[in-house]
Design a protein around this ligand. Sequence first.
Ligand code: SF4
Length: 233
Amino acid sequence: MPKNYCGTMETYRLMIEQSGRKIAQAGDNVWMLAPVPDTTSLAKVAAASKSCTACPLYKNATQTVFGEGPKHATMMLLGEQPGDYEDVAGKPFVGPAGKILNRALEESGIDRAEVYVTNAVKHFKWEPRGKRRIHQKPSSRDIAACRPWLEAELRLVEPHLLVCLGSTAGQAVFGPAFRVTKERGKVLESPFGKKAVATVHPSSLLRQPNEESREREYKLFVADLRVAVKAAK
Ligand code: SF4
């Protein structure tokens, strides 16, 4: 329920239901779900996402960053949320983490033009620090509100394999108990009925304390992507 709403949870729920919007509920929390249109057109779903206001994240972001790639890609890469660069460009994985991802994809034999790339949350969540916009991790509520867009992408793209990049992507697919550190590099059965492989988010490589650990983590990242290449066949 919004902080400034004065009615009961039940009246808030009725209010949303009467507006025709879908809701999700966890305990005492009720919130709107992203309004995905009933269509088989991925382009129409992407266009509808541009005006999504289902959660407050749209207010401070430049634009919705929907997924992109071939409609029937064999592999779907799922990240956390757009970052500063992606928010401005309107495209996923175009900033520094995207550059590492591109290099690792190439090294593991994956053509980025042939995979569908998206995020669990479609708006950039950040907080100001001086003149900079600092990334904030999306909450489970943000992920739940945005989940219908991801479900639509999975339904319409129908990838053979989902690659979860980082803990938020893993938790968006497998639930809050999912731990990338424990499950990375394994071929898993996802609740969406697709095979999945989890690995770290490429931005974690940028946060390594030195060149040596960055190189070590990069090699592990490429090894996980090679598992994904085999599993996607
Ligand atoms: S983050 Fe997702 S649910 Fe929230 S406003 Fe953006 S597109 Fe809609």
